[in-house]
Each structure stands twice: as structure tokens, then as C-alpha cells.
Design a protein around this ligand. Structure first.
Ligand code: FAD
Length: 434
């Protein structure tokens, strides 16, 4: 495991060192643990799996598939935070020639350029898209129904929902703009997201965080006497752990088809389906370390509706592969398929924003962090922002810590015992964002 450079943060004199328990060792849990330890708290992190990372794990196998994220978006708050700590590591740039191999499937043919209507939509400022109206209605009124549908389907690369047009216009438009930005926001850590997790784990270790793996927590009451508890699990797991049936928020359902193919010149780099939702990307185009020499690793992400089966998703993935990867069936060396259900982050319906999701502060010293709670951002940025917020609120409540000046509160305005910090947003948190 790589060792990130870190030193233990000095603790404020005189006062007893507060203790924070973190349940869950994914991106949110590790962010919370590092933040608390840097501020001088003693931290214990419990993870039920035998390795850390949660959905951000990368398979330690011949084909280095990511369980969840591939892209680290440089427009997000986590980018600066990770960079400042030397945790991003080497990035795998997309070779210029591969950049020319991106295609859009529109009206049944492969195109190099997006429809004009989609470009017109991208020029709209985020505030122009209403929160209360669905994206299809708003965008349809701006650029016509067909352009709105194509744009909605493109945005699925960052939403993992089969019908993005039915979601809040502000929510979808903000993500569409980020997913279509040029130069692209998406960056790829060499070796996958798992390499970032390894560096975060090493940093937590260097900061003195006590990490217990294969340590599933079934009852947090044994920890609440010691100090604040940050529950950094998925929202489903938090609902069971805290026995709180209100901990619910919508997320996507996506078929994931990973295939390894023998290399063939002329394969596409990426293919976005604008006629339906679907994205295929050859991740070895930018990172050769993900598959053995002479092979390419590709993933198709096909959002599926509640009535659709995994087989339906696989069939659509195979259709996109037929379009972009000639003779791919004869070149397959390995493949697998799965469905990610409720694991791809929060989705906001018309009339809702991140502020309406389950609050970070649950009262009685318990805080939630994760990608379906009340914090802004795209995908894993919600986990990051909520983890920072949870630790800020926890340590502010404990008070008297050194190092807290760097952590100012983000009021989520919710929660039974809402304690909104000092009311000033942390510099990396964009409170205007939907
Ligand atoms: C297919 C897919 C693609 C994605 N693509 C991207 C992308 O490109 N970019 C991006 O930024 N994000 C992406 N995401 C989202 C990203 O993966 C998640 O937002 C992020 O990894 C969530 O981290 P987390 O720590 O909040 O939750 P998790 O990763 O789920 O971590 C929770 C941890 O808690 C542990 N746990 C659960 N219950 C208990 C318990 N009782 N006791 C102890 N431990 C427990 C779990 O084992 C797990 O390790 C993607 C997700 C998916 C599924």
C-alpha cells in the first residue's frame, strides 16, 4: 500500500482529546477520519468489509475494474482537498488521438459532434434552469423536444438514471454542464480510484486513525458515550443501523457490463447514446495498467428503468458495443455483468434540492455522511461534502479543538438538533449548487 506523506496534527493544550467514531471506510468515512484526525481528534474507523474503499474499490486482479467511480471531476471540492494532501497521485491523461474517438449515437447513426440544440442548452446559465420543473419540460421549451431528450440522455453519464428528463431541471442541467465541459472535468487516477483510497488509508494511518476492518457495527449506542459518531455508510445501511425509516432518497439503477477485448486498431474511446441512456468507455485508452498487454478494458453503463431487467441492460450494452467495437464478440477474453441498484448517488426530483435530503446532523452526537444526504455536489462530492460537514459539526459541538479554523460549517437547515456551525460556508462548498 502506498504511504502518503503526513504528520500528526498537534492537539490543543489542556483539554482532553475528543474521540470520534466513524462507521464505514469508503470515500466518505476516510474523508471524515482524516479531517477529524487533522483537527486533533482521536479517531476509530470501523469497516465491515476486509478492505477499505466501499464503492470506490478497484479490483486487485488481472482486470482492474472499478466497483463504482472511474472519473475524478476537477471542478469538485474534493479535488483541491485531495491535491493539497498529495492524495490524487498520477493521472492518466486521455491521448489526443483517443479524444477524437468519442462518438454520439443520435438518430440511429454515430456522430462526432453533439446536436446544435444540446449546445444551445449548454450555454444556459445554471440558475436559468428551474428547480420546480422537470428537465424535459424546461429544456423542451428552450430548444425543442428532441434536443432536450438528447441532452437528457447525455447527462446520464453522471446521473445513472434511465429517464433524466423526469428529474429537476436545475439538478440535471448543472450535471449536464459539468459532464460536457471542455476541457473535460473528468480525470482518471492511474490504477483506478482504488489507488486514491490506498493513499487516503495510508494518510489516515499516519495521522494515528485506528482502523478496524472486518468490523461490522450493528449498534452505535456502544460508541455514543465516547463521543460523536459519524455514520458514513450507504443510506440504506444507515437506515438499518439507526433504525430510522425516514432515511431514504432516490438513486439510480444501472446495468454495468465489463468486457476485456483483444486490442484492435480503430476501436472507439467512448460512445454516448443520445437515443436512449447509455455510455460505453474503453478505460485502457487512458490507463494501460488496467488490463494485460494486448487487451483493452471496456465498461458499458446502461441505466435501466424499474420494469427493465439486467438482461435488457446487457442487450442494450451489446448493441452499443456492436456499433463501436467491430468484431468485439470474437475478441472477448473476459466479461461480467452486474446491476448497481441505489448505489450511484442522489437524484433530485422536481421541487427538491440537496437541502431536502436526510440531514447530516441526526442529533444526540450522531452525524450522517454519504452520497444521498443533505450536501451539494456531483456523485462522490456529496460524500465528501457531507463528511466534512459531519466532522465540522461534531467537533464544533465538542468545541475547544485546535485546527478548527479551517472547518467552517455548512448549514443544512435541517435535522432535529440542527447546529449550523458558524453559518459561513467552507470555501470548497458551493451553497448555490443544486
Ligand atoms: C457504477 C458507479 C459509477 C460511479 N461513478 C462515479 C464517478 O465516475 N465519479 C464519482 O465521483 N462518483 C461515482 N460514483 C459514486 C461513488 O462511487 C460514490 O458516491 C462513493 O464511492 C460513495 O462513497 P461512500 O463512502 O459515501 O459510500 P460507500 O462507498 O458505500 O462506503 C460505505 C462503507 O461503509 C461500509 N459499511 C456499511 N455498513 C457498515 C456497518 N454496519 N459497519 C461498518 N461498515 C459498514 C461499507 O462496507 C462501505 O465500505 C459511482 C458509483 C457507481 C455505483
Amino acid at each position: 500500500m502506498a504511504r502518503a506523506h503526513a504528520t500528526r496534527a498537534p492537539h490543543s493544550s489542556g483539554r482532553p482529546q475528543p474521540h470520534i467514531t466513524v462507521v464505514g471506510g469508503g470515500f466518505a468515512g476516510l474523508t471524515a477520519a482524516i479531517t477529524a484526525a487533522e483537527a486533533g481528534a482521536s479517531v476509530t474507523l470501523y469497516e465491515s468489509h476486509h478492505t477499505l474503499g466501499g464503492r470506490a474499490r478497484t479490483a486487485d486482479e488481472e482486470y482492474r475494474t472499478n466497483e463504482g467511480p472511474h472519473a475524478l471531476y476537477n471542478g469538485g471540492p474534493h479535488w483541491t482537498w485531495l491535491k493539497q494532501r498529495g492524495l490524487i497521485g498520477d493521472l492518466a491523461p486521455i491521448p489526443p488521438i483517443e479524444g477524437t474517438r468519442l462518438r454520439l449515437h443520435h438518430r440511429g447513426v454515430l456522430r462526432r459532434t453533439p446536436p446544435l440544440a444540446m449546445l444551445r442548452l449548454l450555454r444556459r446559465a445554471p440558475e436559468q434552469a428551474p428547480i420546480d420543473v422537470d428537465f424535459a419540460t424546461w429544456a423542451g421549451a428552450q430548444v425543442g423536444e428532441e434536443g432536450a431528450r438528447a441532452a437528457a440522455h447525455y447527462s446520464a453519464v453522471a446521473l445513472f438514471h434511465h429517464d433524466p428528463g423526469s428529474l429537476s431541471a436545475r439538478f440535471v442541467h448543472t450535471r449536464l454542464r459539468r459532464a460536457a465541459k471542455f476541457p473535460p472535468e473528468a480525470h482518471y487516477p492511474v490504477g483506478g480510484w482504488g489507488s486514491v483510497i490506498d493513499r487516503m488509508a495510508a494518510m489516515a494511518w499516519n495521522l494515528g486513525v485506528r482502523v478496524e476492518t472486518l468490523a461490522r457495527v450493528d449498534d452505535i449506542t456502544e460508541f455514543t458515550d465516547r463521543g460523536p459518531v459519524v455514520v458514513a455508510t450507504s443510506l440504506d445501511a444507515a437506515r438499518r443501523l439507526l433504525q430510522d425509516d425516514t432515511l431514504r432518497w432516490e438513486s439510480g439503477r444501472t446495468a454495468l457490463v465489463d468486457v476485456a477485448l483483444r486490442t484492435r486498431r480503430g476501436d472507439l474511446f467512448a460512445l454516448s447514446d443520445l437515443d436512449a441512456t447509455g455510455w460505453v468507455e474503453r478505460f485502457t485508452a487512458q490507463d494501460r495498467t488496467l488490463a494485460p498487454a494486448g487487451e483493452q478494458l471496456i465498461q458499458a453503463q446502461i441505466p435501466i428503468g424499474p420494469e427493465e431487467s439486467k438482461a435488457d441492460g446487457v442487450a442494450r450494452a451489446e448493441h452499443l458495443l456492436d456499433l463501436g467495437f467491430r468484431d468485439w464478440r470474437e475478441r472477448v477474453t473476459w466479461r461480467r455483468a452486474a446491476v448497481a441498484n441505489g448505489r450511484t448517488g442522489a437524484l433530485d426530483r422536481p421541487g427538491t434540492t440537496w437541502r431536502d435530503r436526510p440531514a447530516v446532523n441526526r442529533g444526540d452526537g450522531v452525524y450522517l455522511a454519504g452520497d444521498q444526504v443533505a450536501a451539494p455536489g456531483l456523485l462522490s462530492e456529496v460524500s465528501f461534502n457531507s463528511a466534512i460537514e459531519a466532522v465540522t459539526l461534531a467537533l464544533t459541538a465538542e468545541s475547544g479543538l485546535s485546527g478548527m479554523s479551517g472547518l467552517s460549517g455548512m448549514s443544512d437547515g435541517k435535522g432535529a438538533a440542527g447546529r449550523p456551525g458558524d453559518g459561513k460556508p467552507a470555501p470548497w462548498i458551493d451553497l448555490k449548487s443544486a
